[in-house]
Structure formats: C-alpha cells, structure tokens
Design a protein around this ligand. Structure first.
Ligand SMILES: Cc1ncc(COP(=O)(O)O)c(C=O)c1O
Length: 344
C-alpha cells in the first residue's frame, strides 16, 4: 500500500498533463534571455502578482536569498519574525553570504509581528547600530500553522515601512494558499510589498521552482544576485513549463487542500492524547501537540509511518501534517482511522 504522505506539500508529484507540458516546452539559453518558456513564466508571474518583473529561481530559499541580497548591503539589518522560514530554515544564508544582520521580532500565533514590536526594532541613526533596511513577513506562515496575514495587516506594515523609509519583502512561498483561503485576489496580498517570493513546488505541485517579483530595477539586482549564488540556468523552459501549468491549473484547487486540512484538524482534535484547536486551521498546514503520556513526536511519526501515514516531527511533542494535491478526502478519513487506532 502507498503511504499517505502528509509530511509536506513539497512531496507532490507532477500530474501527467504537467509532465506533458514539460516534455513539449520550447527552450533556449535562459542566461542569454532566450528561453521563451521561462520568459513567459516570468511575465505571467509578474502580471499575476501585480509587479513589473520577475526572475525564476530554483527554490524558495534561493528566492528569499536573492531578494535579501538585492535589498540589503553588508551590515544592514532586516527585521524578521523569530519563527520565520527565512530566520529558522535557510541556513543563515543572508548572513553567511550577504553579511545581513537580522533583528527578530516574536511571531504572534496568527503569524503577524506586533506593529509596535516592529517599530521598536527599527534603529535610530546612530553609529553604534546597524542600519535598518528591510521588514520581512511570511504569508501563509508555515510555523504558525499556515496562518494567513490579511491585506489590512499587510497595508499597516507598508505604512510603517514608508514612515521609516524601509523596504518590505514578503516570503509568499504559499501566498496563493492565503489568497484562496481569504477569498481575495493575490494582488491584495502582494501590492504592499516591494518584493515577493512565491513557490511553484509546494501546493502548486510543480517539481521545482520559485519566482521573485518586484520592480524592474529591483529584479535586475536580484538577477545579478542569482548569478552570484550560481542560480542562473540554461534550457530550463522544461521546468518553467511546469510552473506555467501550475499557475494556470493548480491555484483554485487548493481550496480542496484547505477543506481537507480542516477535516484532518477536526478529526485529530477528537483523538485522545492529541491537542490542537481546529478553528485555527485556515489552510493546508496542521500542527498538533502530543500529550505527556503519549510517545514523543519522533517515535510517534516513526511508528505511524510503519502503519502507512507519514507526518513530520517538528518539536519534542509537536507534529506537522500538510494536505496537498494527491491527498483525497478518503486519505484523510483513512489517516484519522489509523491514528485513532494507533493512539488507543
Ligand atoms: C514559508 C517558506 N518559505 C520558504 C521556503 C523555502 O522553499 P524551498 O524548500 O523551495 O527552498 C519554505 C519551504 O518549505 C517555506 O515553507
């Protein structure tokens, strides 16, 4: 039996139609600007997000990195959530490669940063301090359980950035999930940010790729940064074609993943030994805690995998499950049945 893999939305496989689009893609040398499929994807991404231009990169991590390198010089500071992917899981790349100093503001449980907390973190002009340059947000927020930041909140952060002459980067790895879940156009979520990175390889189900979008002069700089980190590619229309297919066909269907996420959360909340508040689940990411008498998260996930359901331990007693393309409602019901039996 195929395991039900709920570890991440990055485990999605390309559909036959997506593979067909890849196989027939027109290609050229993208470093020379001659890959028509990449050019189409970049134009499409910029248009979708309401930005002037876009650059195609291999991963979300590289996308965030090139954006940060384009925004900040060495010794300059970015304000970032203490649970942000950029801060937690990108190997400190902005610091290692860009000399960018980070100032963490605690993420609230809804994924936001308290506005007064952001303002307090902004440095005054003093030779002792690094220069504040950038505010980073994440939408949806991974470690905050796929929480959606609202257009109103994003607008308030924009106002703060303008007041202090700072730039604003959005890690929008799952910004289309937020747009679908909130029922707002994605541009409502992206228009306040100077730059946005989004991933094709998560809920949108492409095998690879992310885009960084922003003003044309900013993307020019990001393209240089992509070169520095060795991320310029050649006949990559083959993978860009999957991205075009994803943007055209895989966005609206994510509502199904969110429904499945909610059902999973509701079912899990009824199982003894599992603690979560299902009303907090807005998109496709479900975190839950294991009570003291149950096995720790590592053991729980290991033993559950042997029973056919894969989840990700993310803390001593914390587990993450993510719904995605390829996971049907029947898989959710089956997983709940298996977990329920296992916990008994
Ligand atoms: C919010 C967020 N940003 C960035 C990334 C990085 O994407 P990648 O794994 O493609 O480098 C991830 C990956 O899970 C993520 O969840």
């Amino acid at each position: 039996m195929q395991p039900i893999d709920l570890r991440s939305d990055t485990v999605t496989l390309p559909s036959p139609a997506m593979r067909q689009a890849m196989a027939t893609a027109e290609v050229g040398d993208d470093v020379m600007g001659e890959d028509p499929t990449v050019n189409r994807l970049e134009a499409m991404a910029a248009e979708r997000l309401g930005k002037e231009a876009a650059v195609f990169v291999v991963s979300g991590t590289m996308g965030n990195l090139v954006a940060l390198l384009a925004h900040c010089g060495r010794g300059e500071e970015m304000i970032v959530g203490d649970n942000a992917h950029i801060f937690m899981y990108e190997a400190g790349g902005s610091s290692a490669l860009g000399g960018i100093h980070s100032r963490q503001v605690p993420n609230q449980t809804d994924g936001t940063l308290d506005l007064t907390g952001i303002e307090a973190a902004i440095r005054s002009d003093n030779p002792h301090y690094p220069r504040s340059r950038l505010i980073c947000l994440e939408n949806t927020h991974n470690r905050c359980g796929g929480a959606c930041l609202t257009p109103d909140y994003m607008g308030r952060v924009r106002a703060l950035a303008d007041k202090h002459d700072l730039r604003f980067h959005l890690d929008g790895a799952r910004v289309f999930n937020a747009s679908v879940a909130l029922g707002v156009k994605v541009t409502e979520l992206t228009r306040h940010a100077d730059s946005v990175m989004f991933c094709l390889s998560k809920g949108l189900s492409a095998p690879i790729g992310s885009l960084v979008c922003g003003r044309a002069d900013f993307i020019h700089e990001a393209r240089r940064a992509r070169k520095v980190v060795g991320g310029s590619m050649r006949q990559v229309g083959i993978i860009a074609a999957a991205g075009i297919f994803a943007l055209e066909n895989m966005v609206d269907r994510m509502a199904e993943d969110h429904d499945n996420g909610r059902r999973l959360a509701e079912g899990l909340a009824e199982i003894k030994g599992i603690v979560l508040d299902p009303t907090r689940v807005q998109t496709n990411i479900v975190f839950f805690d294991l009570q003291g008498h149950t096995p720790a998260a590592q053991t729980f996930c290991h033993d559950l995998a042997a029973r056919g359901v894969k989840m990700l331990p993310t803390g001593e007693r914390r587990v993450r499950a993510v719904t995605h393309y390829g996971i049907e409602r029947t898989d959710i019901e089956k997983s709940l049945e298996i977990i329920s039996r296992f916990m008994r």
